[in-house]
Design a protein around this ligand. Structure first.
Ligand SMILES: Cc1cc2nc3c(=O)[nH]c(=O)nc-3n(C[C@H](O)[C@H](O)[C@H](O)COP(=O)(O)O)c2cc1C
Length: 355
């Protein structure tokens, strides 16, 4: 049904217009208590075998919505009701900013991919804090992903991230330092260990000072050289971070015909994202929580990531091609597969094929 609507209707409109329309509809769902609760009851993961605990937070399932869809934390409840076990909001910057000029979002339908150069369009940390502070009518696990305000020079990046962390860490189930988007000039330079160390130290101090101690993760790019992946992993261990999210979008255009600038996501990212996960797991074992994202389309992909050592898995691009029941279907499929394999607890399979 959704595939028909997508090919016949949605794919004919500008992708960003469709996105804004969708977010508007989801916001409406979020403010309609009865419908929201009904949808949640029907679609949210409920099988106890799917439950997973990571950095002290309980997730109703392993599969969540990656950052970038809900930039301003406006549809956390709706996306949770639709079956995502967690919603990572953002990227949020200390100051509101419009992002890059449109068009900045492109569908590569044949490749099952997306290219975006949104550039962290968002209403800023204070607006997000107001949205996150509102009481919720359905349970939701919320990660908050923070990034650098574009006009802030690299030399003041630490201060800028700390400003966001101060506003948002108390409202987050976990906090993510995003240093891997290709659409903010210079941002990915912050992945170099000598710049990343003081940044993560400063944000961690803020995250540690909240009443519940907010878990802290760092999100990395798939374009890092393997040695740099290892270096970030070692740094995360050294600083006592809670986890790593791998990966963001890629600047590579391998296997796709479009040369539009921006970050590529979806199916073409699958192999590299899995490769980075395997590398991280080999390096850190189970000492850090690994969150795998990039090219995840179905239950087979989620299964593969769990076996390779991810505790949580996220997706975004396939949502555009699969529609609103996607997360529900993934969790339902996973639930069936666990039963078939006689698995009662996800911990039995996480990292089982890791070397
Ligand atoms: C339109 C779009 C916007 C995104 N914006 C962000 C963002 O603001 N912050 C971030 O950390 N990742 C962002 N991402 C990256 C996703 O969170 C994810 O890491 C990446 O798309 C790979 O997953 P996928 O292949 O399932 O889409 C964005 C992705 C897309 C497609």
């Amino acid at each position: 049904m959704y595939r028909f609507v997508f090919t016949q209707v949605l794919s004919r409109f500008d992708p960003e217009d469709v996105h804004h329309l969708t977010v508007g509809a989801l916001r409406l769902l979020s403010v309609t208590p009865v419908v929201k609760r009904l949808v949640h009851r029907r679609l949210a993961p409920r099988d106890p075998a799917l439950r997973v605990q990571a950095f002290g937070v309980h997730f109703p399932g392993p599969f969540g919505l990656a950052a970038g869809f809900d930039k301003d934390a406006g549809c956390v409840e709706a996306m949770s009701a639709l079956g995502f076990s967690h919603v990572e909001v953002g990227t949020i910057t200390a100051h509101a900013q419009p992002g890059n000029a449109r068009p900045r979002l492109f569908r590569l339908v044949k490749d099952r991919a997306i290219i975006n150069r949104m550039g962290f369009n968002n209403a800023g940390a204070s607006a997000a804090a107001r949205a996150l502070g509102r009481p919720r009518g359905v349970p939701a696990v919320v990660g908050v992903n923070i990034g650098k305000t574009k006009v802030v020079p690299e030399a003041e990046a630490v201060h800028d991230y700390v400003a966001s962390a101060k506003e948002l860490a108390p409202l987050a189930d976990y906090l993510v330092v995003n240093v891997s988007s290709p659409n903010t000039p210079g941002l990915r330079n912050l992945q170099a260990v000598e710049l990343l160390r003081p940044l993560l130290q400063a944000v961690k101090e803020v995250a540690d000072s909240t009443p519940r101690r907010t878990p802290l993760l760092v999100k990395i790019a798939p374009d890092l050289a393997d040695d740099d992946v290892d270096a970030v992993a070692d740094l995360a261990l050294e600083l006592g971070l809670d986890g790593i999210i791998a990966t963001n979008t890629t600047i590579s255009r391998e296997g796709v015909s479009s040369t539009a600038t921006g970050g590529l996501s979806g199916r073409p990212l699958k192999a590299r994202s899995l490769e980075v996960l395997r590398r991280l797991r080999a390096r850190v074992g189970d000492r850090l929580v690994l969150v795998s994202v990039g090219g995840v389309e179905n239950v087979d992909d989620v299964w593969e990531r769990l076996l390779a050592g991810a505790t949580l898995v996220q997706g975004y691009s396939a949502l555009i091609y699969e529609g609103p029941l996607w997360a529900h279907r993934v969790h339902r499929g996973l639930s069936r597969r666990l039963r078939r394999h006689g698995v009662r607890d996800l911990r039995e399979i996480i990292g089982r094929t890791a070397t």
